[in-house]
Write a protein that binds this ligand. Structure first.
Ligand code: IP8
Length: 246
């Protein structure tokens, strides 16, 4: 059984302080992953950019849509993400896990039509050899646009499909998708049903935030959970927590 887990950038970093790890959140999420792996769980970890990736990306004018041919700028973003990946690898190793990085810039590309290809074979082989692959939101070579940003969410969706994952989890700063009263919505089966609480319509050009997450997760065959760090152990144990998007 393969689980794909995204650790949101705002969970594992201090979002408002450049390049600062939220040590407490990183340690407790790593501990939950360590426990899961110790019990024989097979997991791929993906992490977002938080205060490492996003300000460098903004500084160099690179986004998911806006490409750049400025190699130095792309490298600065990639290196910053590498520093966060190192912190994630260290935290997992501390918990007795054998993590290995798979860096999307070197192991993937985006075709001109936006389709993403990632080195699924590397991830699969690492898993079967008992390692925990760790991928990061990154810059990625994009045909016709130089380099663009690939978000952790895009990586999760791409790998969930190519690996036919059994479980998908997004560990976020919120306990799930919240309704107008602030309560967690248990299940989402269509975007229209939640568009109003997400502040978006189906035709909105979603480039970020919860609306984008939900839209992408609805495209998956595998049910995906959105939850906060308090619910990570429950997600790993039962395969669901917070809001389940199916
Ligand atoms: O935080 C963005 O990943 P995300 C990665 O998952 C970079 O959207 C490089 C900004």
């Amino acid at each position: 059984m393969t689980t794909i887990l995204k650790l949101g950038g705002s969970v594992i970093t201090e979002k408002d302080q450049p390049e600062t790890v939220d040590e407490e959140n990183l340690a407790r999420t790593a501990a939950a992953i360590g426990e899961y792996v110790a019990e024989g769980g097979e997991i791929v970890v993906v992490h977002g950019g938080g205060s490492f990736g996003h300000h460098h990306a903004a500084e160099h004018g690179v986004s998911r849509a806006d490409g750049s041919h400025d190699g130095a700028g792309l490298l600065a973003i990639h290196r910053a993400m590498g520093r966060l990946t190192d912190a994630v690898l260290d935290a997992l190793a501390e918990e007795g896990v054998d993590p290995l990085p798979v860096r999307p810039l070197s192991a993937g590309f985006r075709a001109g039509d936006g389709t993403v290809t990632l080195a699924e074979g590397s991830v699969r082989t690492m898993l079967s050899e008992g390692f925990v692959p760790v991928l990061n939101g990154d810059v990625i070579a994009h045909a016709g646009r130089g380099g663009t940003i690939i978000s952790g969410d895009t990586i999760v969706v791409s790998l969930a499909e190519s690996l036919a994952a059994d479980r998908v989890g997004l560990c976020s700063t919120v306990p799930g998708v919240l309704d107008d009263d602030g309560d967690v919505i248990d299940e989402i089966e269509s975007f229209e049903a939640v568009a109003s609480v997400l502040g978006a319509s189906e035709s909105t050009d979603v480039t970020g935030g919860m609306a984008a997450k939900v839209q992408r997760l609805l495209e998956l065959d595998t049910p995906a959970s959105i939850f906060d760090p308090d619910a990570l152990a429950a997600f790993l144990e039962t395969g669901r927590a917070g809001t389940v998007v199916r």
